[in-house]
Write a protein that binds this ligand. Sequence first.
Ligand code: CU
Length: 275
Amino acid sequence: MTVRKNQASLTADEKRRFVDALLELKRSGRYDTFVTTHNAFIMSDTDNGDRVGHRSPSFLPWHRRFLIEFEQALQSVDATVNLPYWDWTADRTSRSSLWAPDFLGGTGRARDGQVLDGAFARSANRWTINVRVDGRDYLRRDLGAGGRQLPTRAEVDSVLAMETYDMAPWNSSSNGFRNHLEGWRGVNLHNRVHVWVGGQMGTGVSPNDPVFWLHHAFIDKLWADWQARHPKSSYLPAAGTANVVDLGDTMRPWNDVTPADMLDHTRHYTFDTAA
Ligand SMILES: [Cu+2]
């Protein structure tokens, strides 16, 4: 049974196994296929055209399916590994244990953003950035870039209070829960965290940084928390919407899974705590 835990509560052994499984997926080439897929959707999802992975209602079920597939890949390396989540409202500085050398390593150096410690540093030679948007082949970060702050618990609660899942025009200008969580409108939760980490996390090839999975596992948990809080609210739109994945439509790239199939996470995993 997969239980997704808060990263702050992982034991030293759990951290080591998670990092080792990441390194093995990277070595085998499987890791980079996830980066390629994510970037392809970032490039093709547009506000006025087809949109599946981002800036649309299916942002949440798409990433849920994407994380399940990634977690299964990790478990094929080490069956004890589950995806942890990063509650950035609680662990909100670069001094968090998340960024220690025994886990994800820290921020990048000022000159070029290069991460210098931990298993994903260039010097460890096991984390070359192959799927990239520029020539730099090393992991980069700029934690807290430009003095930005991570979202607060109060900001998260203000978004969880929104009753309606999503609204027309079903894109980055929408009102409703999904777009506020994604961050194109309002207090900005998910997008802001990508920008706060900086480096590759601020680009379409963001899964190059392993923190991508921990960030999205928490976004996914917030969707579950929202469902628990609004049992009468459901995924929208229900049917017949051009360019958008309705409740019963299949999602690319899998073509065999719908948002309806993704509503109940407990078929796949549970969380250590509710919100
Ligand atoms: Cu993201």
